[in-house]
Design a protein around this ligand. Structure first.
Ligand SMILES: NC(=O)c1ccc[n+]([C@@H]2O[C@H](COP(=O)([O-])OP(=O)(O)OC[C@H]3O[C@@H](n4cnc5c(N)ncnc54)[C@H](OP(=O)(O)O)[C@@H]3O)[C@@H](O)[C@H]2O)c1
Length: 412
């Protein structure tokens, strides 16, 4: 464990001075006096490291706690491990690192008796990590759903609101600063997958690696999918799910339609929200601004303050759950079909052969515009995918079928 020097100063070494790091460096002195009143220690920046300035060894030597806001795997991983080995508490917002090397980092924190805190890594300033690790530590969690990527939620909200294409809404998100110049990891679902791996790890006390999270992005979503969703009274979101399935666990990210009373259905724009379901608590939802420099810096500062107040808490792994890949989902299905008699019957027969049962169907348009829009009941995804493969072979389809999952749960 570390201790502050005789002046009652708590020395914070900062690695990275970009969007979040610079915001953190500005926030710390603003709150120093208040933090001193709370903790009896006055936090001070003891050193800042960027690519071109600062020495890690010197910063480590002169700090009680290290804040890592570099991002990526290396050198962030080595710096955090070295800092913990040297007995320093560490705070990071690095979801990619935690979702791939989390076990190594948690082991290091435990074996060196220091704290590893990472509230800023998931859902920005929404305190989901603390709630899962501390407030809900006594509950058996059945399921976590999350909208954990603000960029994609903004894009889907804009597409639904204005009828824009995905590409147009992405340009708008970039113009407003909600999407980075390279938005690949946001729009393809990988960023959300990393965050769901971290949430699943905490909610289910089992190791979860990013590679075990199946993910799909929103690049293929078309304006007409949102139009139909609107007609059906559904909202389309990029949803992360971590849920117990029998003795195992499924963790996945994909676009999904939600019924309007689902707690995540009303989360719009760049906001994030996480819903935790457990028999003991029924359901709780936390929501708020998902990312951004000042918001994430505020979560990081909260972690620094927590680390200044012992005791340490690092989550142990109490079990290893098998990761389930094939789960049941309801689907929305959009088929551009030939306008001729018997088409619906042929489609229905293929679906029935694969035990896919239709909940509702609407026939729209005539001639070259004819299409079928269906919602099917929950079915094993492997079975649905086999039905889709067979449908693709039908000569009555004018274009590849489009399918999007539907979350069946209704609340309230
Ligand atoms: N931006 C957000 O809204 C947000 C939200 C949640 C979590 N996060 C996480 O917060 C972390 C930081 O993100 P950011 O957006 O602030 O990144 P950023 O703007 O790209 O800043 C990265 C900083 O790290 C420094 N750096 C990069 N490689 C380094 C190296 N090898 N050695 C020393 N310093 C190095 C950079 O130095 P130079 O200044 O010399 O380039 C820069 O100061 C990431 O893990 C990210 O996933 C960000």
């Amino acid at each position: 464990m570390t201790s502050a020097d005789s002046d009652q100063v708590f020395r914070v070494g900062l690695l990275g001075h970009g969007t979040v790091g610079a915001a953190f460096a500005a926030l710390l002195p603003e709150h120093a006096a208040r933090i001193e009143r709370m903790t009896g220690l006055r936090p001070e920046l003891s050193g800042v490291m960027t690519r071109g300035s600062g020495s890690f060894d010197e910063i480590l030597e002169g700090s009680d706690l290290i804040v890592e806001l570099i991002g990526g795997i290396e050198p962030a991983r080595s710096y955090l491990l070295q800092a913990m080995e040297a007995g320093r508490h560490v705070v990071t917002a690095n979801k990619q690192l935690l979702s791939q090397y989390g076990e190594e980092l948690w082991d290091a924190a435990r074996s060196h008796g220091v704290q590893l805190r990472f509230e800023g890594a998931v859902a920005g300033v929404v305190p989901v990590i603390r709630v899962l690790q501390e407030s809900l530590a006594g509950a058996t969690i059945d399921r976590v759903h999350g909208i954990v990527n603000g960029t994609t939620n903004f894009i889907l909200t804009e597409m639904a609101r204005t009828g824009m294409t995905f590409e147009e809404a992405l340009v708008e998100a970039q113009r407003l600063g909600y999407a980075e110049a390279d938005p690949a990891e946001d729009v393809d679902g990988r960023d959300a997958a990393a965050k769901m791996a971290i949430l699943a790890r905490l909610a289910f006390d089992t190791p979860v690696h990013l590679d075990q999270v199946r993910y799909e992005g929103i690049e293929h979503i078309k304006p007409e999918d949102l139009e139909y969703a609107h007609e059906l009274g559904l909202e389309l979101k990029l949803i992360g799910t971590a849920e117990r399935i029998g003795p195992g666990l499924s963790v996945r990210v994909h676009p999904a339609f939600l019924y309007p009373r689902h707690p995540l259905a009303s989360v719009s724009g760049p906001f994030n929200a996480v819903t935790v379901e457990s028999e003991a608590i029924t359901e709780i939802t936390m929501s708020g601004p998902g990312a951004g420099g000042p918001q994430t810096a505020s979560a990081v500062l909260g972690d620094v303050i927590s680390a200044m107040i012992p005791p340490a808490s690092t989550p142990p792994t109490s079990q290893v759950l098998e990761i389930v890949q094939d789960v049941s989902s309801a689907f929305y299905l959009h088929l551009d079909v030939a306008d001729e008699p018997g088409v619906l019957a042929r489609v229905a027969q293929v679906l029935a052969e694969h035990e896919v049962s239709v909940k509702s169907v609407v026939q729209r348009g005539l001639g070259a515009q004819a299409r079928l829009v269906m919602v099917v009941h929950p079915v094993l995804e492997s079975r649905f995918s086999a039905a889709m493969d067979e449908l693709a072979g039908l000569d009555v389809l004018r274009a590849p079928a489009r399918a999007i999952r539907v979350l069946e749960e209704e609340f309230g």
